[in-house]
Design a protein around this ligand. Structure first.
Ligand SMILES: *Cc1c(COP(=O)(O)O)cnc(C)c1O
Length: 220
């Protein structure tokens, strides 16, 4: 077994342990394996070991490796976890099964248009900038609930979840708690939170999916 596959199984085991520890149902948390910067040769063994849900942060990079892999493995679920430019909405809707980074009106409008044009509706999450960091994408926490409502009522989009990336230098717990509270207020069921360094904490705070890259694939 290669290192990557071994690390993949170790992460799966830690997720299962964190679910038990938090009193969550077994399998309640989906692992999104973040494969950005790694190529198909690195990804394939993880697919062959049983993983089906992957995350990429760039549309163009994903277009280079995922169409072939998706053709070879029909049940792959690909998540966009990086910022989406409105001029990439067409490509994103065509390739991704879940777009986790809806964070402004213009993107919502483009996604609505492309969903209709292509007859293909990726699942959508709204990204919340829980730390209000100026350099980070995501809607401000105080605007999040109203934005979800506008996505639904103005743009006809079914928003299923919220996503956040806590500030790198802060305790993530309060950010996860804030995202959970906003999701309840907005009436969305899914919570994408937790990365290699804090996914077990995120599971304790109610994450329904964790986005884990380097703990599986190694450092980038
Ligand atoms: C890269 C990335 C991850 C994975 O980060 P790791 O620390 O390598 O697990 C998760 N979420 C987003 C949005 C990312 O860009």
């Amino acid at each position: 077994m290669g290192d990557t596959v071994q690390q993949f199984f170790a992460v799966k085991a830690k997720i299962a342990a964190a679910e038990r520890e938090a009193g969550r149902e077994a399998g309640a948390v989906t692992l999104v394996a973040v494969s950005k910067t790694f190529d198909a040769a690195d990804i394939r063994p993880v697919i062959e070991a049983g993983q089906r849900v992957f995350g990429e942060n760039r549309v163009q990079e994903a277009q280079g490796k995922w169409p072939d892999l998706k053709e070879a493995f029909a049940d792959i679920e690909l998540h966009l976890i990086g910022p989406l430019q409105s001029n990439k909405a067409r490509e994103a809707v065509a390739l991704f099964d879940v777009i986790e980074t809806v964070d402004r009106e213009k993107i919502a409008a483009e996604l609505a248009k492309e969903t209709i044009r292509q007859g293909r509706a990726p699942k959508l999450y709204v990204q919340v900038n829980t730390g209000s960091e100026p350099q980070k994408a995501g809607i401000e926490p105080r605007e999040a609930v109203a934005f979800v409502k506008r996505c639904r009522e103005v743009h006809g989009l079914a928003i299923e979840g919220l996503m956040c990336i806590p500030p790198a230098d802060e305790n993530p717990g309060p950010h996860f708690a804030l995202l959970e509270k906003l999701a309840r207020e907005a009436g969305v069921a899914k919570l994408s939170m937790g990365m290699s360094g804090d996914y077990e904490t995120a599971i304790a705070f109610g994450a329904t999916s964790v986005r884990v890259g380097s703990a599986i694939f190694g450092s980038r």
